[in-house]
Design a protein around this ligand. Structure first.
Ligand code: C2E
Ligand code: MG
Ligand code: MG
Length: 269
């Protein structure tokens, strides 16, 4: 018998799938998810310029479920756009007042191309920015290269957000999905260089070529996953201005992030 096509498992599988979906949906609607914030720093001064918003799902045993464990599931079960709406609202709840007090700082939010396509998202962002007195430039959006769709489809959508003032970051650059077509067809503002390219530093890496590529396309490179002083020194000496990683801080609750920033804010505020 073909072990793969044993139909007796299907009802149980579907029941479990539906139960898991219902649990995640409830977690989103009853605000059980939490947003954590990982600082982004200016390499030469060590000052904070902003943070990336990262979702977590607290479990009954007190542990935090990382996003890689439930985002693919949310995507498969069409819950991601609901989650993104919640994420954006929560970022303003957590840090809207702080952003208004710190107009030179920004929060970067991970979204999916499907979110970009949604008619509501841009107006939702505009309303929140207006309501909290936050400049649109203080909310940047990250799109993962692995989640890219046809560049001809995404280019005009990205342009709408950029025209409204939101910088667009190409996330996880270097993980192998990027098609140079994308970089030609879509105007991004920042290239987030994936940790896999940072890990080998200061040893041999393709990073000098990636930095040159970013410069030739007028993209600001931002290094992700910086864990050592040697990596930071290498990046600084190669003209990379911005970084995030455990060397500076892991993701923090909004309250801890605000506290962490106090001695590290740029003085222009
Ligand atoms: P990402 O957007 O590339 O976020 C960076 C990930 O690298 C985060 O993992 C962060 O905690 C981790 N990281 C940062 N610095 C270091 C470091 O120095 N060392 C190590 N080992 N890891 C570091 P996290 O929070 O588990 O998020 C994983 C991915 O889940 C994110 O990757 C992003 O693609 C997705 N994600 C997170 N939050 C959201 C969200 O609100 N919406 C959506 N659509 N996706 C999200
Ligand atoms: Mg990201
Ligand atoms: Mg990334």
């Amino acid at each position: 018998m073909d072990p793969v096509i044993d139909g007796s498992f299907i009802p149980l599988f579907l029941t479990q799938l539906n139960a898991s979906r219902a649990r995640l949906k409830k977690a989103i609607h009853t605000r059980q998810l939490e947003m954590w914030y990982q600082p982004i720093v200016q390499l030469d001064t060590g000052r904070v310029v902003g943070a990336e918003a990262l979702v977590r799902w607290p479990q009954p045993d007190g542990k935090l479920l990382p996003p890689d464990c439930f985002i693919p599931f949310a995507r498969e079960t069409q819950l991601l756009s609901t989650m993104t709406q919640w994420v954006i609202g929560q970022v303003f709840n957590d840090l809207g007042a702080w952003l208004r007090q710190h107009p030179q700082h920004y929060i970067s939010i991970n979204i999916e191309p499907d979110d970009l396509q949604s008619a509501d998202l841009l107006s939702h962002l505009a309303l929140l920015c207006q309501g909290y007195g936050v400049r649109p430039q203080q909310i940047t959006l990250e799109i993962t290269e692995s989640s890219m769709i046809d560049p001809q489809v995404i280019a005009p959508m990205v342009e709408r957000y950029r025209r409204a003032g939101h910088a667009i970051y190409l996330d996880d650059f270097g993980t192998g999905y990027a098609n140079l077509n994308y970089l030609q067809a879509v105007t991004f503002d920042v290239l987030k260089i994936d940790k896999t390219l940072i890990d080998p530093l200061p040893g041999k890496s393709l990073l000098p070529q990636v930095i040159a590529l970013a410069r030739s396309l007028s993209l600001e490179p931002l290094a992700e996953g910086v864990e050592t002083q040697a990596q930071a020194a290498w990046l600084k000496s190669h003209g990379v201005k911005y970084a995030q990683g455990w060397l500076y801080s892991k993701a923090l609750t909004s309250r801890a992030f605000i506290h962490w920033c106090e001695p590290r804010c740029v003085t222009a505020d």
